[in-house]
Design a protein. Structure first.
Length: 331
């Protein structure tokens, strides 16, 4: 971060102070993603900050990516009525572009929206990923590079944010696709994936399962079983309505950024302190790890901060709450 090629590139990042705040949940998540190993978590955070510096996700605008979103292939359906978590919806069968870079930028934009929602409400913590697979075809499936880029984004840049990944009505052929990307998933990520197959009508076993995961309005949030405005559009997606909400949210975020810039005028940012740090303990990360893991930070004691399994509820010592869905059938 202090290297000449990155000098000053973080100065207009309005979310950096939130991310590096030792009282926030970012350090907890990065520590958990690295099983409580402070050095590895610090390196992971450093890589994340370098990615933010180079990719500059806060500069992506709705106008830049709107074409990527007219079919509803990637969208945020809203907050589920069970836990109030953001619902991120994927529908690769409605792919309308071959521009992989713009596809990734659109994905980054929406994942950053989800991350902000989770970061600013510590009671959320995680999001629900819903993947439409009813119309899945290998001929339209993302390539290996694109799939691994998506996994890398979710696991390396936004670790410990995924609560559940719902594979909705996957065809048999999808097993081949899943086997291709599974080696790149962590064990915990694999355990968070569940499949919904067969009947999902009101009152069915699958309906009750989804109500237990996302609440009674799960169909409206995800578009499952909802009508399509045309065959090219994802079920339940209304672009005019959805994009008006995206633009409204973006304008609010821009106003917040302007206020942030004015408040930081002439003052240093936390990332400069981070870049000058001689040790992890100077950012209170070792102390946080010791408090949550137990025992001396960096010691050889077995970590208690490993990624948590579904079916448990844990309140960390800093007051953040991680709520995990009840154990469900996994694939």
């Amino acid at each position: 971060l202090a290297s000449p090629d990155r000098a000053g590139k973080h100065d207009d990042d309005p979310e950096l102070d939130e991310i590096l705040d030792p009282s926030g949940d970012a350090w907890i998540r990065f520590l958990r993603a690295r099983n409580g190993n402070v050095d590895k978590a610090f390196k992971m955070m450093s890589n994340h900050l370098a990615w933010r510096c180079d990719y500059r996700p806060w500069t992506i605008t709705p106008a830049e990516i709107e074409h990527q979103n007219v079919t509803g292939k990637v969208r945020i359906g809203g907050l589920d009525s069970r836990d109030g978590r953001p619902v991120l919806v994927f529908d690769d069968s409605k792919e309308n572009s071959k521009d992989h870079e713009m596809q990734l930028r659109s994905l980054v934009y929406h994942v950053c929206r989800v991350d902000r929602a989770c970061r600013r409400d510590p009671n959320l913590g995680k999001y629900l990923l819903f993947i439409h697979l009813r119309d899945f075809k290998l001929s339209k499936a993302p390539g290996r590079k694109q799939s691994t880029n998506t996994l890398s984004l979710l696991q390396d840049q936004f670790p410990e944010r995924l609560g559940r990944a719902i594979l909705y009505k996957p065809p048999t052929v999808f097993a081949a696709m899943l086997s291709m990307v599974k080696p790149f998933m962590t064990e915990v990520t694999r355990n968070k994936i569940i499949a919904i197959t067969g009947n999902a009508d009101a009152g069915s076993k699958n309906d009750l399962k989804m109500r237990g995961i996302a609440g009674g309005d799960w169909r409206e949030l995800t578009g499952a079983t909802m009508p399509q405005s045309s065959p090219e559009i994802s079920p339940g997606y209304d672009h005019a309505r959805a994009w008006a909400e995206v633009v409204r949210e973006h304008e609010e975020e821009e106003e917040r950024r302007r206020a942030w810039a004015e408040s930081r005028a002439g003052r240093g940012c936390r990332h400069r302190e981070f870049a000058r740090s001689d040790s992890v303990s100077s950012m209170d990360v070792s102390n946080k790890a010791a408090a949550v893991v137990g025992g001396p930070a960096g010691g050889k004691k077995k970590s208690k901060l490993a990624p948590e399994e579904p079916g448990s509820r844990r309140t960390s010592r800093d007051g953040s709450v991680d709520v995990f869905f009840d154990a469900m059938e996994t694939i």
